[in-house]
Write a protein of this length. Structure first.
Length: 569
């Protein structure tokens, strides 16, 4: 049963460095963070208001180095501290060390502040928190405007669950609405949904200043979205690093200097998309999705490439317990690309999802890592194909039933990367710094399950390559039933207006003969629910991790066509 808990902010009432080192051994630099062991209390500080400095009971925990003359932070405007060894500045969350709790169980004179004129943060006023292990508490520091009197700096004391789900395959999640009312883009009750805008029971219509119960969801990779009272998407907190930090002043949707959208202001164009991160929620994890007025976005001023910072209702994903590495479970789904057959799947004798018509997929099931027997059966229950599959912790696997060139059913597996992490090719001795993460990915893997063709190549319109590489394994010379394992994804720009074509190909020939009978895949086929977008125009496509597969078997009465399988929800 869903119900919202109401909370009331109390105004912050005015009351009254150690430097980490880098060790060297045999002239090799050890650049790992030297984190001193600090026992945490049950109290956390959640900083939604944009502060970057913190002191408790008169002790400065951050670097408190002055900003540069422009009011920002350059590489020399901070230094690491015992409490913030990476940046020396306050981030989104901080567990108060037990050593800062006094004998009465109080954490006194907590003071947030900002020394940067480019950081929008409330005035600094101290407050006191209570440490109680029987009732763990989060103290959310936020801008809040419950009335029309403008923003006020407010503190919300929010109880936090620390016990994981009784089902070890699940995680807990809730929605906290500290959104201001009014806001220039999004206001009122908030709801958490799946990526296509479908409501999640128990997480709908959470009023400002309240929060939902935690609900349990099977672990996996999700792109949760927050919708406001009008059904419009609320953005996640933006950042310059994500290149998603410019909003259309009329719609609140993302603008880009490089997007193929409509001409906008100051060299920016509207993508009609709203940023929401793709994230893997771990088994046993506990999460709060918090909505509040946050900095992180800018509005174009009209000058070329110029923006002005703004506070707007946004959301962040807050881990309420320490996320542990998944060393136990994997996930698997299955797809039927065997023409002319309605099939079902079994793993170790138990059903994997529902019965499938041609070109449809099951939902995910979860399995303990190890060897599992996978079987595909026809409508009468006869075995069509079977094999064993070794599953590793964290695996996200898709099983495909297809026909070989001689028409026999066979099973193929593809391993999906839903982390958003990829190899950049940057230099380094061991590749430690040669990876990046895309939290808003539009990635496509191409596969060939058309029994008519031994080899297929996919291109953009007019036979254009997807990448600058002319030898990419991701889209060229795709063999029947085989998944590419190196450079397996084409990583597209969000909202790129592509059209995907299929070609019969041969080794050494690119792209080959265009399969004119196969309808090209337009970018808008990657939009699951067009009604989700409450904008004047729809985006070209929406982010996600996809497989585009050529399927069909003329001998079985199924002409070649391309299908789209989405692997995240």
């Amino acid at each position: 049963m869903k119900h919202s808990k109401y909370i009331y902010p109390f105004l912050l009432v005015a009351l009254t460095g150690t430097v980490s080192c880098k060790k060297k051994l045999d002239n090799i630099s050890d650049n790992r963070l030297q984190q001193q062991p600090l026992t945490g209390s049950s109290s956390r500080l959640i900083n939604l208001a944009g502060a970057n400095e913190l002191q408790i009971a008169g002790q400065k925990l951050t670097s408190f180095m002055a900003a540069d003359k422009e009011g920002g932070y350059g590489p020399d405007q901070t230094r690491s501290t015992v409490y913030f060894p990476e940046t020396g500045r306050m981030g989104a969350t901080f567990t108060v060390p037990l050593q800062l709790v006094d004998a009465q169980g109080m954490i006194r004179d907590i003071l947030f502040s900002s020394s940067s004129s480019k950081v929008i943060a409330p005035p600094s006023r101290p407050f006191t928190a209570v440490d109680d292990y029987n009732h763990p508490m989060d103290y959310y520091f936020a801008w809040f405007a419950p009335n029309k009197g403008g923003y006020q700096d407010s503190l919300f004391a929010i109880p936090r669950e620390v016990s994981p789900s009784s089902n070890p395959e699940h995680f807990k999640i809730r929605l906290l609405n500290l959104g201001t009312t009014p806001d220039r883009f999004h206001t009122g009750n908030m709801s958490l949904t799946w990526a296509d805008g479908t409501a999640i029971a128990g997480l709908e219509n959470i009023a400002p200043g309240s929060y939902s119960d935690y609900i349990e969801i099977p672990f996996g990779s999700y792109q949760f979205k927050v919708l406001d009272a009008d059904g419009k998407e609320v953005p996640a907190k933006g950042s310059l690093e994500m290149v998603n930090n410019v909003l259309n002043p009329e719609t609140g949707t993302m603008m880009s200097a490089t997007a193929d959208g409509d001409a906008g202001v100051g060299g920016f164009s509207d993508t009609w998309l709203t940023y929401a991160p793709l994230k893997t929620y771990q088994p046993g994890g506990i999460y709060t999705i918090a909505v509040g007025a946050m900095s992180g976005y800018g509005i174009p001023t009209g000058g070329p490439g110029e923006t002005v910072a703004t506070l707007t209702n946004s959301f962040q994903v807050i881990a309420d317990n320490k996320e542990s590495t998944n060393i136990t479970y994997s996930r698997m789904q299955a797809v039927n690309v065997l023409a002319g057959k309605e099939i079902s799947w079994q793993v170790d004798g138990k059903p994997l999802g529902e019965t499938l018509a041609f070109a449809t997929q099951t939902t995910y099931s979860r399995y303990i890592a190890g060897t599992h027997h996978v079987k595909a059966l026809d409508k009468q229950g006869a075995t069509l194909a079977e094999t064993d599959r070794q599953l590793m912790p964290g695996d996200n696997i898709t099983a495909w039933l297809y026909a070989t060139r001689d028409g026999k059913p066979a099973i193929s597996f593809s391993a999906n990367n839903l982390s958003g992490k990829y190899y950049t090719g940057a230099s380094g001795n061991d590749g430690s710094y040669a990876t990046a993460q895309d939290l808003n990915p539009w990635w496509i893997r191409f596969m060939n399950f058309c029994a008519d063709e031994e080899e297929v190549t996919f291109t953009k319109a007019n036979g254009q390559h997807f990448t600058t590489s002319t030898t990419s394994q991701a889209y060229a010379h795709i063999q029947l039933g085989k998944a590419a394992e190196v450079n397996e994804y084409v990583r597209l720009r969000a909202n790129e207006p592509v059209s995907i074509l299929a070609y019969t190909s041969k080794p050494g020939v690119f792209p080959g003969n265009w399969m004119t009978e196969v309808t090209p895949v337009a970018a808008n086929r990657f939009i699951a629910n067009p009604a989700l977008y409450k904008t004047a125009k729809k985006p070209n496509a929406e982010p996600g991790i996809y497989t585009v597969a050529l399927v069909g078997n003329t001998a079985a009465g199924e002409k070649p066509s391309m299908i789209i399988i989405k692997h995240n929800k």
